[in-house]
Design a protein around this ligand. Structure first.
Ligand SMILES: C[S@@+](CC[C@H](N)C(=O)[O-])C[C@H]1O[C@@H](n2cnc3c(N)ncnc32)[C@H](O)[C@@H]1O
Length: 243
């Protein structure tokens, strides 16, 4: 892993890249089904008031001991820490964790969610948390692991999108291949300052997330819908099945 995401975050934190909507210093993203797009670095350092409503709602619902999974530059963790909550922030990106330390977050670790073992009252998975599941097939396995990290009455707050609209053609039909994998499974490419890397990343629609939750004894509730097929969901232990 080249950790381009971490490099970009560190450059921005250190004032080496300033990032803007047109700058070559921003991260360029594209996917197996979409063209290049700019991910402005300042967005990865957003304050509470600059966050989408779904993220603000997730932060307002957060309680107790919190795990911020894929914390990036630590925006959500910082907000919760300032509110007085106990927060652990993890990310597989060394650069991201270095940035979190520079931003004075205390309990931060380079760690893949699959290797987390502590338990929490709130697990936050924001900015498309279903990316960590990688594929629809893998989703129940990851959810089962997340379930083992939940304290009694604990919750997972996750946002994602139904990206079916990306397959819509001009006539209102869909060009999806019925024999292909789930339509939310993408190959995600990022490039930064001339280097690039790719990894699998998945968006999941609410119904499929709910179904996957049910297979491992979790309940999934729709909390809020965004303006563009995005949503925030709350996942909790299914009390009857946990007995
Ligand atoms: C889309 S970014 C979101 C960053 C941050 N949450 C935000 O909203 O600005 C996804 C982050 O998840 C991290 N990540 C990807 N897979 C991970 C995994 N299996 N465990 C922990 N972190 C992971 C990436 O390194 C990246 O920092």
């Amino acid at each position: 892993m080249k950790d381009l995401f971490g490099k970009a975050l560190l450059d921005y934190q250190n004032g080496i890249s300033t990032g803007s909507m047109t700058s070559v210093e921003d991260i360029i993203t594209s996917t197996s089904i979409s063209d290049e797009d700019i991910l402005p670095l300042p967005y990865l350092f957003r304050s509470f008031s600059e966050m989408p409503l779904l993220e603000q709602e997730a932060l307002q619902l957060s309680k107790g001991k919190v795990l911020d999974v894929g914390c990036g530059a630590g925006n959500h963790s910082l907000h919760l820490m300032k509110k007085g909550l106990e927060v652990k922030s993890i990310d597989i990106s060394k650069g991201a964790i270095e940035v979190c330390k520079k931003r004075r977050l205390k309990n931060v670790h380079v760690l893949d969610i699959i290797h987390e073992t502590e338990t929490f009252d709130t697990i936050l998975m924001l900015m498309n948390g279903s990316g960590f599941f990688k594929s629809l097939k893998e989703t129940p396995k990851v959810l089962q692991h997340l379930k083992s990290l939940l304290n009694p009455n604990g919750q997972i707050l996750i946002d994602s999108s139904d990206i079916k609209y990306m397959y819509e053609d001009d006539d209102g039909g869909y060009w999806m291949d019925a024999n292909a994998n789930y339509y939310g499974e993408l190959e995600y490419h990022i490039s930064y300052k001339g280097e690039s890397e790719s990894f699998p990343w998945m968006y999941i629609d609410f119904d499929n997330l709910k179904l996957a939750c049910e297979t491992v004894g979790l309940q999934c509730e729709l909390i809020l819908e965004g303006e563009h097929f995005d949503y925030l969901a709350k996942i909790t232990k299914d009390c009857l099945k946990s007995l």
